[in-house]
Design a binder for this molecule. Structure first.
Ligand code: PMV
Length: 323
């Protein structure tokens, strides 16, 4: 990290940063199992969160208009996670919590299973770094965002911050402190539909519940995670050969495993039922579940999937992976 020396003192900054964006993500294969060393596959959704910093007088302010968030003075003692995340980033950059206003623009609500919290950390770090003239490598940004994810989720795999920072389609594995990831090159981009279940999914709670359940029934959970490992490996081949029917079948199989883990829910199953009625072969929840989002493929121009989902109250959007 290269910090200008003038920045370490009480320097006033009289300029504003431009908007900086970061990726959200969809996990195609391997959520939850990735926490136990299974290789997962995830793809970035570019521009999920943007952040911009403007000079003001007085304490630092944070505004997220579309989440209804307004913080007028960051406070370390606050119960708000956002306060603590912002203060962590400031301390990593050696900055004071005053003299600026941070505006954040998020395309989805929080706890949607689409990596918005990691994207927020990355976009905020980028904006504050530019504002303060601090030069950070992408690895620095990823490391800071992982620390923010630890505040939010306890012991995250790191898949969200890695996608938020680097983008693309990644295979990702963590074994203890040993993290490895590499980009998957797709022969053609893949279009899928993402629907929001409308129910918040709380990653830390769901991951903790699975951890307890696994401790009680290690064989049962070990078998589910090993089935997910096979699905994930086959998914990598299907992605590399652009085999959409096979990809769809594997998504459906992964969803069955997630049901066995107990992380599906009524709202997700409603989305899956609508998708099935519209001839979608492959659909699964993405992220920690208990709410959050569903991904679906393959899409067909004749389907009325988007409108049926919207009528049922599930907002949705298309995402092009690997483009
Ligand atoms: O719900 P999200 O978008 O935070 O994704 C969580 C993914 C898990 O595999 C369940 C947890 C993790 O840290 O990888």
């Amino acid at each position: 990290m290269n910090k200008p020396s003038s920045f370490l003192g009480d320097v006033e900054f009289d300029h504003r940063s431009t908007w900086h964006s970061a990726n959200g993500k969809v996990i195609l294969f391997g959520e939850h199992a990735v926490v136990y060393g299974v290789e997962a596959v995830a793809a970035a959704i570019p521009g999920m969160v943007r952040a911009k910093v403007t000079s003001i007088q007085g304490p630092a302010e944070v505004h997220i208009a579309n989440w209804g968030v307004e913080i007028n003075a960051l406070d370390l003692g606050s119960s708000s996670l956002l306060d603590r995340v912002c203060l962590l980033i400031l301390s990593e950059l050696n900055l004071k919590a005053s003299g600026f206003r941070l505006d954040i623009d998020a395309k989805v609500p929080p706890a949607s299973g689409l990596g918005a919290s990691a994207a927020l950390a990355v976009a905020t770090t980028r904006a504050l770094a530019e504002y303060s003239g601090c030069s950070l490598s992408e690895e620095d940004i990823n490391r800071i965002a992982y620390k923010c994810e630890q505040l939010a989720h306890g012991s995250p795999s790191g898949i969200d911050n890695t996608l938020a920072t680097f983008g693309g389609v990644l295979r990702f594995k963590r074994n203890g402190d040993d993290v490895s990831y590499s980009a998957l090159t797709l022969p053609k981009s893949i279009e899928l539909l993402v629907a929001l279940s409308g129910k918040k999914g709380f990653t830390a709670q769901t991951v903790a519940r699975i951890r307890e359940a696994k401790a009680k029934e290690p064989n049962k959970y070990g078998k589910i995670f090993s089935a997910i490992a096979d699905i994930s490996a086959a998914g990598i081949n299907a992605l590399q050969s652009h085999d959409l029917p096979q990809l769809a079948d594997l998504l459906a199989l992964n969803q069955q495993c997630l049901r066995q883990l107990g992380v599906s829910c009524t709202e997700i199953e409603q989305v899956l039922t609508i998708a099935g009625r519209q001839g979608i072969r492959g659909a699964k929840l993405t992220g920690s579940g208990d709410g959050g989002a569903v991904i679906m493929l393959p899409l067909d121009k004749t389907q009325r999937l988007e409108s049926e989902l919207a009528v049922a109250g599930f907002s949705n959007f298309r995402a092009s992976l690997g483009s």
